[in-house]
Write a protein that binds this ligand. Structure first.
Ligand SMILES: C[S@@+](CC[C@H](N)C(=O)[O-])C[C@H]1O[C@@H](n2cnc3c(N)ncnc32)[C@H](O)[C@@H]1O
Length: 271
């Protein structure tokens, strides 16, 4: 049962998730916050949201802070979402194979991993093993575990091309009916990391392709600019940057050229 949250308490949690992840929560999310966090109050036997906020702010409940971040992020995703970007990735992989060049791709807010595995299927199909790499990162630790395990409900797999389904997905039987497991060989080729895009990035090297899809919608303009600039610094000159179809880089960055709606390219370096 969700508990009552006052306007002041709500404002504190708005600030908490903004400071932690750069996420801006509109006043319309009040019911969502109280719904999602109420069970944490029960878990700690706390009477009100102020007490729970104090626990998070105490600096002594790191694990609880991660749980709260997990609960306040939206992780909706599925395989081959917005397929145009995977078609682009397939073309780039074909070119890289012809030129005997390696290709590195980053799914920068990969949620539970469907996006990163979709990338891996495309690259494994076009390129030799050892010539490509996919990194999937997210701020939420709950979805990090789900990504590493690679076990999903079948309904998220509707858009996986049949040949890929056959090659890289094991259908659950008996108790596992209605689920699929990504083949171990593919799972082992995808690296999953915990990365907060709202902080300085760890050293991950330079990428040929970066997907930053369906996460900027949660950021305000200033955070979008900072996050995009940070990610573009990890994109090779000539590399591609894909964002969600409902998102845009208008007023956010002039460092990339528009190739098509939601697809951008970093200019080659001038000699
Ligand atoms: C709606 S999902 C999008 C998943 C996938 N990119 C897609 O398009 O299907 C948004 C993801 O962004 C993550 N996220 C939110 N703020 C973040 C931050 N500051 N750093 C890294 N990931 C973040 C959330 O945890 C969530 O998994």
């Amino acid at each position: 049962m969700s508990l009552h949250i006052t306007d002041l308490e709500f404002a504190r949690f708005q600030r908490f998730i903004y400071d932690a992840a750069g996420i801006t929560m509109s006043p319309g999310k009040k019911a969502l916050i109280s719904g999602r966090l109420s069970k944490r109050l029960h878990a700690h036997d706390l009477q009100d949201f102020s007490s729970y906020y104090q626990l998070l702010a105490s600096g002594e409940a790191e694990e609880e802070v991660q749980i709260a971040i997990d609960l306040l992020t939206t992780n909706e995703t599925y395989f081959f979402r917005e397929p145009k970007h995977f078609e682009l990735l397939g073309r780039l992989a074909g070119q890289a194979r012809q030129q005997r060049q390696p290709l590195r791709a980053w799914s920068a807010a990969r949620s539970s991993g469907e996006e990163a595995y979709s990338m891996a299927m495309v690259l494994a199909d076009c390129m030799e093993q050892g010539m490509w790499e996919v990194i999937g990162s997210d701020i939420s630790s709950r979805v990090l575990q789900r990504a590493r395990i690679g076990h999903y409900p079948l309904e998220r797999a509707r858009q996986i091309p049949p040949a890929y389904l056959k090659r890289w997905c094991l259908r659950g039987m008996g108790e596992q009916e209605g689920t699929l497991l990504i083949e171990r060989e593919l799972r082992q080729q995808v690296r999953f990391l915990s990365v907060n895009l709202n902080e300085r990035l760890p050293h991950m090297g330079q990428f040929d392709v970066i997907f930053l899809r369906n996460v900027m919608i949660y950021f305000n303009a200033q955070t979008k600019r900072q996050v995009v600039a940070r990610l573009l610094s990890a994109l090779k000159p000539g590399g591609y940057f894909c964002i969600g179809h409902s998102e845009t880089l208008n007023d956010i960055s002039t460092a990339v050229e528009t190739v098509a709606p939601s697809i951008y390219r970093k200019p080659e370096e001038r000699r």
